[in-house]
Ligand binder design. Structure first.
Ligand code: GLC
Ligand code: GLC
Length: 646
């Protein structure tokens, strides 16, 4: 579509010159702010223009659209609180602050963790105990009731859900967090709005301006044509990616649930309006913006409408404008897609931060197979990032696990990707002999294109890793092993570099919450299995070193504080190494720290000789000294070794 632009599009020559626009843009700014704004805008201008020109340049009114976009940036910069403007300047001088070993992330739903935003501030000491410096609060915006996809259907980006609090409280919380050295992370659900967003309501009432904010069709001709190539995301609820609205008599593009209307980014006014919402959030004190569902924002007939080049251009254009108006705020991408595509969003100019679903999936794969080969081979190939970017490494989130390793990576080590996914599904549903997992299927479907069955997996870290079953059976031996597995995988995530992210509740070994099945609003969506209310009474047990909660919590806390005090854990230089034993993962950090993890329930031996000439080591975890090159790791043992000088 974009490539069919008319030959007479204005082109760069006719582009409004920045010099002629600047006086108007900066008219309402103080002298200092005007200078700053101009300096930042000049820096990004050529890139910004070429991105926007590529996407929107075919429209005859492109120059006016561009001027409107820039004036939105200027206006939002003017409204930015002074404290945040100061932080902007500080961060411009320290752009890689997020690479530090001191970074530690946590994520939760405000209502499920603390009830309200005010309640949240009562638990800041709890977060500090865990050394948290990055706090992701999942969507807390106004949303339809009762169905809202856990808040991922937003009715207003400027209003907080009434039962959680107000936007003023949110901004106050952001300021309190900042004082405590914690960066607030919020979602920007920008692929869609809820069908109760003001724009959707106006569209439904027949306003053509707002109908053009979404992707709507009078009949099935286009939807049918598009659907030939689309991947259904929630097929168990509804086939296809379009929803009929009887009031308008139109089909609306709805990639996710039918009440989540996809925005039409082919309309530059949508880009401008969403820029304004984004900068509004930045001005409340948001330091990291989690860009939800990035792969889906651009559509092109004949393609699967995921990861298209224009999606990248739009995110880069947003990024450039944020660099001008609110440079503190960094983007984090949520792209849960093929490993190659996950990485395509990651760069300083696009998303400096990204979830690392590849590491997450391969860790669960290694636990199921008791073999670290796919994990190592995949990481060797896919872990490295540009120096000014970082992964957010995690084990569980509020979403399901889809087995997103690459078929080609699996094939290289002799695995058939499809069969292996099926094995993993059976394993994590507890339906494979010897499986210790207690997961549930999410969105069973037969893929309409390949005709192959497909499922994803729900469950908490503790339940998927075997602790739930072991506790139910009162099997001390299995409980011990499950806890060792938790420590092993948490330790790997903490040591890998980037920002480790805990899904709050996992630190006290929260098990599955089967109550969701009795909740009519949640029963259809097994992701609620792993979204329980925080159990604060159980959290008290973290102080009891004999309880399961205490054992898991204290081990994790211990690892976190070791990490925070040692720059060898900072981001950068992660070498995944073949340790010569398929059951053991080996990772060298900054050429010094050697991380070893045994993924099997048997002791494993290896020689460090093939990794390093050192012969004397200290294990940072328990201060034990090890000498010689032949090491034996106990079942599921984790070692963080540094060389000891003679
Ligand atoms: C993201 C969220 C998920 C939500 C979807 C639609 O993937 O993590 O929970 O269902 O986007 O917004
Ligand atoms: C996402 C993913 C999909 C995931 C879903 C939410 O954006 O692409 O794999 O399962 O939304 O559950």
């Amino acid at each position: 579509m974009i490539d069919q632009r008319p030959a007479d599009h204005p082109g760069l020559e006719a582009m409004p010159q920045l010099d002629s626009l600047l006086p108007q843009l900066t008219a309402a700014l103080s002298k200092d702010d005007a200078t700053l704004f101009e300096r930042r805008l000049r820096r990004v201008y050529p890139r910004l223009i070429s991105l926007l020109e590529h996407v929107y340049g075919h429209a005859p009114d492109f120059p006016e659209q561009l001027a409107r976009i820039l004036s939105t940036a200027a206006q939002m910069f003017r409204e930015r609180p002074a404290a945040l403007k100061r932080l902007d300047v500080a961060r411009e001088g320290d752009p890689h602050w997020f690479q530090s070993e001191k970074m530690m992330g946590a994520v939760c739903y405000v209502d499920r963790f603390a009830g309200t935003l005010r309640g949240m501030s009562k638990h800041l000491d709890y977060l500090e105990e865990l050394g948290i410096t990055y706090l992701h609060l999942m969507p807390l915006f106004k949303c339809p009731q009762p169905q809202n996809d856990g808040g991922y259907a937003v009715s207003s980006f400027r209003e907080v859900r009434e039962d959680i609090g107000t936007m003023t409280e949110m901004a106050a919380l952001a300021a309190t967090l900042r004082e405590r050295g914690i960066s607030l992370v919020l979602d920007f659900v920008f692929n869609h709005t809820s069908d109760e967003h003001e724009w959707a309501l106006k569209a439904r009432a027949g306003d053509p301006k707002y109908q053009a904010y979404y992707r709507m069709f009078d009949d099935r001709q286009w939807p049918d044509a598009y659907e030939q190539h689309l991947r259904p995301i929630f097929p168990a609820q509804r086939p296809g990616s379009f929803t009929y609205d009887a009031e308008m008599g139109k089909w609306i593009w709805t990639t996710f649930f039918s009440f989540q209307w996809d925005l039409n980014y082919a309309n530059p006014e949508v880009f401008r309006a969403m820029l304004e919402e984004m900068l509004f959030l930045a001005n409340q004190g948001v330091e990291v913006l989690r860009l939800d569902a990035v792969p889906f924002i651009w559509k092109q007939i004949g393609s699967d409408c995921e990861n298209l080049p224009e999606a990248h251009m739009l995110i880069q254009a947003f990024n450039a404008l944020v660099q001008v108006a609110a440079p503190t705020m960094l983007f984090k991408s949520e792209a849960i897609v093929h490993p190659r595509d996950v990485k395509s969003y990651i760069s300083w100019q696009e998303c400096p931060l990204s979830y690392n679903p590849i590491l997450m999936v391969c860790i669960w794969e290694a636990l199921a197979t008791q073999n670290a080969t796919l994990l190592r081979a995949t990481m060797e190939k896919r872990f490295a990032l540009p120096a000014d970017a970082a992964w957010i490494n995690y084990l569980r989130s509020h979403d399901d696990i889809g087995w997103g390793f690459a078929d080609e990576d699996a094939a290289e080590i002799g695995l058939n990707g499809e069969d292996h996914r099926w094995f993993l599904n059976l394993y994590y549903m507890g339906r494979f002999p010897g499986s210790k997992a207690a997961g549930e299927p999410f969105q069973f479907q037969v893929d309409p294109r390949s005709h192959k069955p497909d499922i994803r997996i729900s469950g908490t870290l503790a339940s998927l890793i075997g602790l739930e079953k072991a506790m139910a059976a009162h099997d001390q031996g299995e409980i011990d092993l499950a806890i060792r597995r938790i420590v092993l995988v948490q330790g790997l995530v903490l040591a890998a570099g980037g920002i480790p992210l805990i899904y709050l509740g996992d630190e006290i070994a929260t098990r599955n919450d089967y109550a969701y099945k009795r909740e009519p609003l949640h029963a259809h969506d097994s992701r609620w299995l792993h979204r329980p209310q925080m159990d604060w009474e159980r959290a008290e047990k973290r102080h009891d070193p004999k309880s399961v909660e205490g054992r898991v919590y204290q081990a994790l806390q211990h690892l976190i504080w070791i990490r925070k005090e040692n720059p060898l854990f900072a981001n950068g230089d992660s070498q995944w190494i073949d340790a010569g034993n398929a059951q053991v993962i080996a990772l060298a950090r900054h050429q010094k720290l050697l991380v070893l993890g045994n993924f099997s329930d048997q002791p494993q031996s290896l020689s460090t000789g093939r990794i390093s000439p050192e012969t004397r080591w200290k294990n940072l975890i328990d201060d034990r000294e090890l000498s010689g090159q032949d090491l034996t790791l106990a079942p599921y043992e984790l070692l963080w070794l540094i060389p000891l000088k003679e």
